[in-house]
Ligand binder design. Structure first.
Ligand SMILES: *[C@@H]1O[C@H](CO)[C@@H](O)[C@H](O)[C@H]1NC(C)=O
Ligand SMILES: *[C@@H]1O[C@H](CO)[C@@H](O)[C@H](O)[C@H]1NC(C)=O
Ligand SMILES: *[C@@H]1O[C@H](CO)[C@@H](O)[C@H](O)[C@H]1NC(C)=O
Ligand SMILES: *[C@@H]1O[C@H](CO)[C@@H](O)[C@H](O)[C@H]1NC(C)=O
Ligand SMILES: *[C@@H]1O[C@H](CO)[C@@H](O)[C@H](O)[C@H]1NC(C)=O
Ligand SMILES: *[C@@H]1O[C@H](CO)[C@@H](O)[C@H](O)[C@H]1NC(C)=O
Ligand SMILES: *[C@@H]1O[C@H](CO)[C@@H](O)[C@H](O)[C@H]1NC(C)=O
Ligand SMILES: *[C@@H]1O[C@H](CO)[C@@H](O)[C@H](O)[C@H]1NC(C)=O
Ligand SMILES: *[C@@H]1O[C@H](CO)[C@@H](O)[C@H](O)[C@H]1NC(C)=O
Length: 530
């Protein structure tokens, strides 16, 4: 019974997605059946994945379990629901399911001293295109939207051109969502422009997809900085792209995707670290004039001499360690990234890894500190991914297009792998601590077994619930406390003796019995049978 109703639900969702899909990512997902097991609930219509956790039995004690929840955006064939989710890798417990839709870069941040979450949502085009047009949503601890950051089509620096005869309501690209500590967010954008492509064997009157980044004030949505890679082609020539034309460049809707910026962050107060997937390069950009201060190229070093095993390519999520404090005096700095080493066109020879490098800015050497991969499960991730250092010295590596999140201990030893699909992706994936305090009411569903009533209760996003108090009574306004049950997961069930008539209601209780919100009251008359 339960099984057939959940099957029907997923079939219905399948139809809805198929009809509503307007972008490539969700359109693709509607075509094949879900192969990966997912959870269903009675109180809400969510379908988060079951997580498959593989552990290194040699790692025990505190090192086995870091604190925090996983922040991921399952996207693709196996994702029963697409969108941002917070989920615990202990028992696959769902913490929060966000709005359904294509989303990228879901993460918790601090904004003006308060915890917030943010993610990109909009229309995305799949690899090898790999770009999109959308907005950054910023939600507070109650999961209510407090800001929406957007880029209009027409800006002070000209209009965006998408090359496909479409206009979009906002032109923020999928790739970046970096919160600075000065109330701004760094985002990427793309713009189709005419270009002479003869240096790369293309037409003189060709088309390329410029990669830009913007720094935008979160509260006012005002652009405070803009940088375009194509406008700096004197310093960053087109023919230094590792990505060849692959037939692109003759039509505006198939513009040469030569740069593909996928990460940008603020360094100190006046420079930006920019990662280009297709130059296999990380650039430090001077904010004053947009010039290149240095470049680290993963194949030939660029301005650096690459030490043993320090090479990389098609990298994602490049960041400097302690970038806030890096000033002109810093001589040795550390940089980490997700080194895909694979792309849509080049795949299968070098496995993907998490990479931590030390750059000596004086001697211009780049040396490997850590190369993180699980020798028993080599991964070849042709797109996406992230690298996150945790406070306990562990590192979380999300493999993007390969739906696995790995964790390594401070010595670089593999600790565990969390898999959330066979064929889906999460652009980035982070382990973060989070306290959620929804303003919504808890959800309650009930069914009747004849002489008893089964209750199913959940509260999307609430992290502080420890138990549930159950109330019932003849009159909706005079409900009596019946009993309390411990919270057992995202959804908790309980059985109460069925009153012949009347109402039931549940209340979330925090630790020490602190009273939280109550669900709506449910009439026990006419409940479906269990
Ligand atoms: C655990 O330790 C044993 C004994 O040293 C070793 O053979 C095995 O490969 C280790 N397992 C992992 C996953 O590292
Ligand atoms: C780590 O978490 C797993 C799964 O919840 C649990 O079985 C295990 O006992 C925990 N290990 C430690 C050392 O806490
Ligand atoms: C994965 O899903 C995509 C659609 O999103 C499909 O094109 C592809 O064939 C699938 N791959 C496998 C190995 O099932
Ligand atoms: C979140 O924002 C909403 C709307 O502004 C507000 O009512 C709510 O109190 C906020 N929640 C928190 C935890 O700040
Ligand atoms: C996009 O490219 C066109 C053509 O080069 C240019 O006129 C326009 O200013 C660019 N838009 C932005 C936002 O840079
Ligand atoms: C856009 O419009 C032009 C002119 O009508 C047409 O030639 C071109 O094929 C269109 N492109 C797309 C992607 O529809
Ligand atoms: C950045 O600016 C802030 C505020 O003006 C200042 O306190 C800080 O020292 C500056 N940091 C660097 C690295 O220059
Ligand atoms: C190429 O990449 C895909 C992941 O997209 C992977 O499944 C496949 O095994 C890779 N091919 C090789 C030869 O490793
Ligand atoms: C409920 O009714 C059934 C059948 O009448 C009986 O066997 C069962 O003991 C009853 N359960 C309770 C909790 O009263």
């Amino acid at each position: 019974m339960a099984q057939s109703s959940s099957t029907r639900r997923s079939w219905l969702r399948f139809l809805t997605l198929g009809l509503a899909a307007i972008d490539c990512v969700s359109a693709a997902s509607a075509k094949s059946p879900k192969k990966w097991p997912y959870q269903t609930f009675r109180s809400v219509d969510y379908h988060p994945p079951e997580l498959k956790v593989t552990r290194n039995a040699n790692v025990t004690g505190l090192d086995a379990n870091s604190t925090g929840y996983l922040f991921i955006t399952p996207t693709g064939a196996d994702a029963a629901d697409q969108g941002p989710i917070i989920i615990s890798d202990h028992d696959s417990e769902l913490i929060w399911q966000g709005p359904t839709g294509t989303s990228f870069g879901f993460q918790a941040h601090t904004l003006e001293g308060r915890p917030v979450i943010s993610y990109w949502t909009g229309t995305a085009f799949q690899d090898p295109r790999g770009f999109g047009y959308g907005v950054i949503k910023v939600l507070n601890q109650s999961y209510e939207q407090i800001h929406e950051v957007s880029l209009p089509r027409v800006t002070e620096d000209g209009a965006f051109y998408s090359g496909d005869n479409m206009t979009y309501s906002s032109y923020i690209d999928i790739h970046e969502n970096f919160f600075t500590d000065r109330g701004t967010v760094l985002v990427t954008a793309t713009n189709v422009t005419k270009a002479d492509l003869t240096s790369v064997g293309g037409p003189q009157e060709g088309w390329l997809r410029d990669s830009l980044f913007y720094e935008i004030d979160i509260k006012t949505n005002k652009v405070v900085y803009r940088w375009s890679s194509f406008e700096h082609r004197d310093e960053i020539p087109i023919d230094q792209s590792v990505e060849t034309l692959h037939g692109e460049g003759s039509q505006p809707d198939d513009a040469y995707n030569y740069f593909h910026m996928n990460a940008v962050s603020l360094v100190g107060n006046d420079s930006y670290l920019v990662s280009s997937r297709y130059y296999c390069t990380i650039f430090l950009i001077n904010a004053k004039d947009g010039s290149v201060i240095w470049r680290l190229q993963g194949k030939n070093g660029g301005d650096f001499k690459l030490g043993p095993d320090a090479g990389f390519c098609y990298q994602h999520n490049a960041r400097l360690v302690n970038a806030r404090f890096i000033g002109q005096g810093s001589e040795r700095i550390r940089l980490h990234m997700h080194d895909n080493a694979n792309s849509y066109y080049q795949n299968g020879t070098t496995p993907t890894s998490g990479l931590l490098l030390e750059l000596n800015l004086k001697t211009k050497e780049a040396n490997t500190i850590k190369r993180l991969r699980n020798p028993n499960d080599l991964i070849y991730a042709i797109s996406q991914g992230s690298y996150q250092p945790l406070r306990n010295g562990h590192v979380v590596v999300d493999h993007g297009e390969v739906p696995k999140i790995e964790e390594f201990d401070p010595s670089g030893r593999w600790v565990k792998t969390v898999q959330f699909a066979a064929n889906s992706s999460s652009y980035r994936g982070f382990r973060q601590e989070w306290v959620g305090k929804p303003n919504t009411a808890p959800s309650l569903a009930a069914c009747s077994t004849g002489n008893s009533t089964n209750l199913y209760m959940s509260w999307n996003g609430a992290t502080e619930t420890a138990s549930w108090a159950i109330y019932s009574g003849e009159h909706q306004k005079e409900l009596q406390y019946v009993k309390s049950v411990q919270k057992t997961g995202f959804e908790t069930s309980a059985t109460v003796t069925a009153p012949a008539s009347g109402f039931v209601q549940v209340e979330a209780r925090g630790r020490q019995g602190r009273r939280g919100k109550r669900s709506a009251t449910l009439s026990v008359l006419g409940l479906p049978s269990c």
